[in-house]
Design a binder for this molecule. Structure first.
Ligand code: GLA
Length: 414
């Protein structure tokens, strides 16, 4: 009898132990409380592609601080594709030892010591777009490495994912990040193929809505089997998506090309529109050598305040007339941002009779009625107060440029 009881106890406790080992419930929900305003930072891809190493990343972090970008709100230093070396015999990933000889933990410590945050890149498939090891089958190990290194942000790409379903693949990496235990922003990068705006808000903090951006105003860059899009083409592809954006979950029209070759008014228009549509602001230029004009665009506090507005409402296109688009964005405290965008290659004379227009943000039940309420107007690029909405606006708008105002109810204290 005694032996029987002992045997039963052993069997019972092994079953119990077995069950305990298998009762971990995956958490497929992103970390809450992150990216409550569109994330701001820098990413290596647009300028440096695969040519990344620890010296560059450290110098960029230094420049982020010394240029005033950090003070303006840019936080993340994100290494994109090609940092990878090989997996070891146990399957753990290591950085390329030639390019990152000090290792990722040391680099992340450096970034953190500057008061910045560190981002890294991987891919849901077998290989990244640049042909480096992807995370497929190694999600939990990779997440563990990122957590150990102190990573704060993961961009997760979609090359070489044959047979995978996007929502499931992104849920897997989210569950892996959860298991690893370190809160990270998850940037979903599946190019808008499988409507990430529908499932992305639960799983990640931002999702690419399109294929890659290219540093031209309105062109298409052919790459054989795929093409990249100029900034206006990308802007056009955001139609119908504003309802999906909000604090903690953003449409991502791709990283900035400001300072990468367009002329200054095009850069300004690009930046202004990314701010109007509450896009993540991830600079993609060489911060070490940028011009004064580029820095002024990227760090204009009044324009940034429109992007970073707490309500997190993506702006709306109000009208299109003769290649001039008018966009509005509701802001905290009853303010509005308005931007006139001239997409034509010639200057335009614009007129806008505020009192005759009825601006309605149907989605948020907000309206701007300048006939009953007068607004003070501030030009956020020149940082000048320029009268009120009582008077019809008449202005000359250069080609590929913007005119951008913040409207505040007259008499309200600011
Ligand atoms: C894809 C992404 C880009 C970049 C590259 C890296 O094209 O969309 O943003 O990350 O891969 O190879």
């Amino acid at each position: 009898m005694k032996i029987f009881i002992i045997a039963l106890t052993i069997v019972f406790s092994s079953v119990q132990a077995f069950c305990q080992g298998n009762n971990y419930i995956q958490n497929y929900k992103k970390y809450d409380g992150l990216a409550l305003t569109p994330p701001m930072g820098w990413n290596s891809w647009n300028k440096f592609a695969c040519d990344v190493d620890e010296k560059l990343i450290k110098e960029i972090a230094d420049a982020m601080v010394s240029s005033g970008m950090k003070a303006a709100g840019y936080t993340y230093i994100n290494i994109d594709d090609c940092w990878h070396g090989d997996r070891d015999s146990l399957g753990f990933i290591h950085p390329d030892p030639k390019r990152f000889p000090s290792g990722m933990k040391a680099l992340t410590d450096y970034i953190h010591s500057k008061g910045l945050k560190m981002g890294i890149y991987s891919d849901a498939g077998s290989q990244t777009c640049g042909g480096r090891p992807g995370s497929r089958g190694y999600e939990f190990q990779d997440a563990q490495c990122y957590a150990k290194w102190g990573i704060d942000y993961l961009k997760y790409d979609w090359c070489n994912t044959e047979g995978l379903k996007a929502e499931g693949a992104y849920k897997t990496i989210t569950a892996a990040l959860r298991k690893a235990g370190r809160p990270m922003v998850l940037s979903i990068c599946e190019w808008g193929n499988d409507k990430p705006w529908e499932w992305g808000p639960q799983v990640g903090h931002l999702w690419r809505t399109t294929g890659d951006i290219y540093n031209c105003f309105d062109c298409i860059k052919e790459h054989g089997t795929w093409h990249a899009n100029g900034v206006m083409k990308i802007l056009d592809m955001q139609k119908g998506l504003r309802q999906y954006a909000g604090p903690g979950h953003w449409n991502d029209p791709d990283m900035l090309e400001v300072g990468n070759g367009m002329v200054v008014n095009e850069d300004r228009a690009h930046f202004a529109m990314w701010c109007m549509i509450a896009a993540p602001l991830i600079a993609g230029n060489d911060l070490r050598t940028m011009s004064k004009e580029t820095l002024e665009i990227l760090t204009n506090k009044e324009v940034l305040a429109i992007n970073q507005d707490e309500l997190g409402i993506q702006g709306l296109q109000y009208s299109v007339k003769d290649s001039v688009e008018t966009w509005f964005k509701p802001l905290k405290g009853g303010d509005w941002a308005v931007t006139f965008l001239n997409r034509s290659t010639s200057a335009k004379q614009i007129t806008f009779d505020w009192k005759a227009e009825q601006v309605l943000d149907d989605l948020n039940k907000l309206s701007l009625n300048a006939a009953s309420t007068t607004y003070n107007m501030r030009n956020v690029w020149t940082k000048k107060d320029v009268g009120t909405t009582k008077k019809e606006l008449k202005a000359n708008l250069p080609a590929h440029d913007v005119l951008m105002f913040r409207l505040t109810k007259a008499g309200s204290k600011k």
